[in-house]
Design a binder for this molecule. Structure first.
Ligand SMILES: NC(=O)c1ccc[n+]([C@@H]2O[C@H](COP(=O)([O-])OP(=O)(O)OC[C@H]3O[C@@H](n4cnc5c(N)ncnc54)[C@H](OP(=O)(O)O)[C@@H]3O)[C@@H](O)[C@H]2O)c1
Length: 221
């Protein structure tokens, strides 16, 4: 049975990913900052819920140590935060901690587990607003910088690990009805995750380091 790790799975897109991967026969290792409160996640059959705070190195180390040498076929770094809305140094750095440094620390710490899979993949849930080419409004500047940075980092890891049998990609989920996306967003979590699962399933090594949306459209940098 294939194994997937999904971070930030107690609500929003991560919760829907856990539901869909479990329903499709995957072994799901999901994470939450407060597993004891993740009732909907814990109610899904065949889903393990573990503690992880992406902004805390000790938490990342403990999480990865618990996996020992277990092979992991797919790592989805879904956890992410939005904001800030004003130029505040601490808040901007908090955003980078969760959206950039955490994902790169996790990818690095999980590399040995994912290389144990015959077809190991690592996907970061980024955002179209991280594209500089498609930025024609300048709004959401702080959030944009974090997604542009994680794209550059993920692309760099993809190049560094080019010969290690891994495939890395960045995915934009669309504008989705979650706490982050709000009720007026275009897509339901079900639609977005169905699309992203199809894109992930179809990823081959020649797509290593590329940036796609949930429909498979390649997004320019
Ligand atoms: N929704 C959209 O329209 C949209 C569009 C483009 C990209 N995205 C991206 O898609 C991903 C999922 O977004 P979403 O809409 O599902 O957001 P969401 O509903 O706000 O959920 C965010 C998830 O991330 C977790 N998280 C936050 N900080 C964390 C930390 N320090 N360590 C570990 N987990 C943490 C949250 O856990 P807690 O419950 O503990 O806070 C929650 O599980 C994010 O990376 C987001 O940037 C979303």
């Amino acid at each position: 049975m294939a194994t997937v790790i999904i971070t930030g799975a107690n609500r929003g897109l991560g919760l829907e990913m856990a539901k869909q991967y479990a329903a499709n026969g995957w072994d799901v290792i999901s994470t939450a900052r407060e597993p004891e409160k993740a009732k909907e996640l814990k109610a899904i059959d065949k889903v393990t819920v573990m503690h992880l705070d992406a902004a805390d190195d000790a938490s990342i180390e403990k999480f990865v140590a618990q996996l020992a040498d277990r092979p992991v076929d797919l790592f989805i770094n879904n956890a992410g935060i939005y904001g800030p809305t004003e130029l505040d140094r601490d808040q901007w750095l908090d955003l980078f901690n969760v959206n950039v440094v955490g994902p790169v620390k996790l990818a690095t710490a999980l590399k040995d587990n994912v290389t144990k899979s015959a077809d190991g993949k690592m996907v970061v849930i980024s955002s179209q607003v991280g594209s500089i080419a498609e930025n024609d409004s300048g709004n959401m500047m702080y959030y944009r910088t974090s997604k542009a940075a994680v794209n550059q980092a993920w692309h760099s890891l993809a190049q560094q690990w080019q010969d290690e049998g891994l495939t890395l990609a960045m995915l934009h989920p669309g504008w989705v009805q979650t706490d982050m996306g709000g009720a007026n967003a275009d897509l339901t979590p079900e639609e977005s995750v169905e699309g992203m699962r199809a894109v992930i399933d179809g990823l081959s090594h020649d797509q290593n380091g590329k940036f796609y949306d949930y429909s498979g459209r390649e997004i320019p940098w």
